[in-house]
Write a protein that binds this ligand. Sequence first.
Ligand code: ZN
Ligand code: ZN
Length: 357
Amino acid sequence: MNRCERAARALPERGVDALLVLSEANRFYLTDFHSTAGVALVTGEGSWFFTDSRYIEAARRSIDGLAVEENTLAHPALKTVGQILYQRGLRRVGIEDAALSLAEYRKLQDTLKGCELLPASDLLQQLRAAKDEEEIRRMVSAQRIAERALEEALEMIRPGRTEREIAAFLQYRMLLGGAERMSFEPIVVSGPNSSMPHGVPTDRPVGEGDFITMDFGCVREGYCSDMTRTVAVGFATEEMERVYRTVLAAQQAGIDAARAGIPGAEVHEAAARVIRDAGYGDYFGHGFGHSLGVEIHEAPNASPSCRDPLPAGAVISAEPGIYLPGAFGVRIEDVLVIREGGCQDITRAPKELLILQ
Ligand code: ZN
Ligand code: ZN
């Protein structure tokens, strides 16, 4: 069954007759085709993809499972969607409530008069939560590209290199290694900057006794990778080593807890407990992990608020951290595939504390 058929099968339980998909990520998920403009429509009687002259030839060649039609100024996609719905008597239309702007919503109301627009973002969100083996294969290949870039970066890092240079180098090596683009702007923070979990790379040169936290990833065949490693330059103090060991042990506790059927909150708690027991409970402020796939942040999460059981096939980050303001921070991040009875860590880069000389 293709993704449109699976989405169509889920329509009745959501109380809708059709699903209208405008967001780039969901369009890509349904079509496996990249375009900056397009509209997908899923119904129990077939699915359609509309795009304009810039994409139509490529779309016709690559898309299966949806009828591909060209929209033009004279025949806008939403007008054709309205006709399809009207002809088939489909009135209740699921829309991506979590992705639409108010202006887009008003435009839909205006164009699809006579239809009832109902929130349905969670339908595709739920399908996207459990990845199939092809999606996992793509994510592993994106992960390998990031890991190779890190290996190369570790060769170029030395005192005097700036955070910005290291971030630029990681991006360049990932692109050269086959990345389509970055999953997000790389985070490279050093010394006291490393206590800011999502700090932005600066012109600060790294020096002896610094931790450098590098959080980065790339997109390959439409799917994201994400990883973080923290390394020391020259030497690490006893406290740096203790914090590093604690974060690593917390990550391992989360990995040991992660399996299909348990709530993300429990995975988070397994890791958070290790950090609390070591006395650093006040310095781990974010969730243990987030799902990723077509987008870098997807659902479900492994955070205190996520009570839903993790589905088999969820691909979720494992990224605890400890951040001591004004001093330093440590985060270590792998990516896990949730399976029945356990999980598979797809990140291969070593995690023992590395002190670059
Ligand atoms: Zn990350
Ligand atoms: Zn992450």
